[in-house]
Design a protein around this ligand. Structure first.
Ligand code: CP
Ligand code: NVA
Length: 315
């Protein structure tokens, strides 16, 4: 489980719970405003520079960060490769602090993000780690709000691996009061600490969480079925075993027969053909996947604006 980062001077966004529920809602409202009138924000990041450190491949996260900062008048610098490469993480953070206004990093180990954050005097954003993918879930919550309205009335069923995307969805659902159920094969459940944290969040928000190995049980009465890859980046060495263990966890038209009649389909992307989702579902009118992808741009703009600003205004 991740360590508690204590750096009072700056706000980092390493996990979904680094924003209070009210702050998440503010960022979502801002994302909706930016989506409607992007031109109003085209100078919001004037003279701002954002460093992007990517240890793993990315299409959506890297491009929406770059396009988003650019469309708001800022500038990005990018480094692809392992962190640390030639020097300790602490030194990388203390260098970047002198040059840029924010760092976003995609890492294998969440502890690298924590080290960056501990030594950074500018906000550090998790662009995906082995533990969480909070930028994805902001876009997903925006997509859910657009489609359904009241988040507290949604039941979302995650079918698949208890991975980074599932963990973030569990925490954000707990913060915002959704009803979330997850169905995983045995041995792929979310970590106990995540479930314990979700329980605390749900007690405050009125949300619900349940975990099962039974897909029918998880998707019963669901408004949304969400899935993700069976083999996350970093899990490639176990790919063959995972494909075998997950073979009965593909989301198909049959899976939707057990959910609400108008249930929608979500996936963070990229999809893996003939694995976690059947083409007939992915390509169907139920599929919100490209709305999610579009909203990555609006959500990341809003998040960065929030982290770089005080009281909603860029300094
Ligand atoms: N969903 C997502 O994060 O996509 P990328 O890996 O392409 O950034
Ligand atoms: N769980 C996937 C998400 C990719 C966006 C991974 O970590 O590879």
């Amino acid at each position: 489980m991740e360590k508690n980062i204590k750096n009072n001077r700056v706000r980092h966004y390493l996990a979904d719970t680094d924003l209070e529920p009210g702050e998440i809602l503010k960022v979502l409202a801002l994302a909706a405003k930016i989506k409607k009138q992007p031109q109003k924000y085209r100078a919001a990041f004037k003279n701002k520079t954002v460093a992007l450190l990517f240890e793993k491949l990315s299409l959506r996260t890297k491009f929406t960060l770059q396009i988003g900062v650019h469309e708001m008048g800022g500038f990005t610098v990018v480094n692809d490769g392992r962190i640390p490469d030639r020097e300790p993480v602490a030194d990388i953070a203390r260098n970047l602090t002198r040059w840029v206004d924010l760092v976003a990093a995609r890492v294998y180990s969440h502890s690298v993000l924590e080290d960056l954050a501990r030594h950074s005097e500018v906000p550090v954003v998790n662009a995906l780690s082995d533990l969480y993918h909070p930028c994805q879930i902001l876009a997903d919550m925006l997509t859910l709000k657009e489609h359904f309205g009241d988040l507290k009335k949604i039941k979302i069923a995650f079918v698949g691996d208890g991975n980074n995307v599932a963990n973030s969805l569990i925490l954000a659902s707990g913060s915002l009061g959704l009803n979330m159920a997850i169905a995983t094969p045995k041995g792929y459940e979310p970590r106990r600490q995540i479930i314990a944290r979700a329980e605390i969040l749900n007690n405050k928000s009125g949300g619900k969480f349940s975990a099962t190995h039974n897909i029918a049980e998880a998707v019963k009465n669901a408004d949304v079925i969400y899935t993700d890859t069976w083999v996350s980046m970093g899990d490639e060495k176990d790919a063959a075993k995972r494909r075998e263990d997950f073979k009965n966890f593909q989301v198909t038209t049959k899976t939707f027969k057990q959910a609400k009649p108008n249930a929608m389909f979500m996936h963070c992307l990229p999809k893996h053909p003939n694995e976690e989702v059947a083409e007939e579902v992915f390509e169907s009118a139920r599929s919100l996947v490209f709305e999610q992808a579009e909203n990555r741009l609006h959500a990341i703009k809003a998040l960065l604006f929030y982290l770089l600003s005080s009281g909603g205004k860029v300094k």
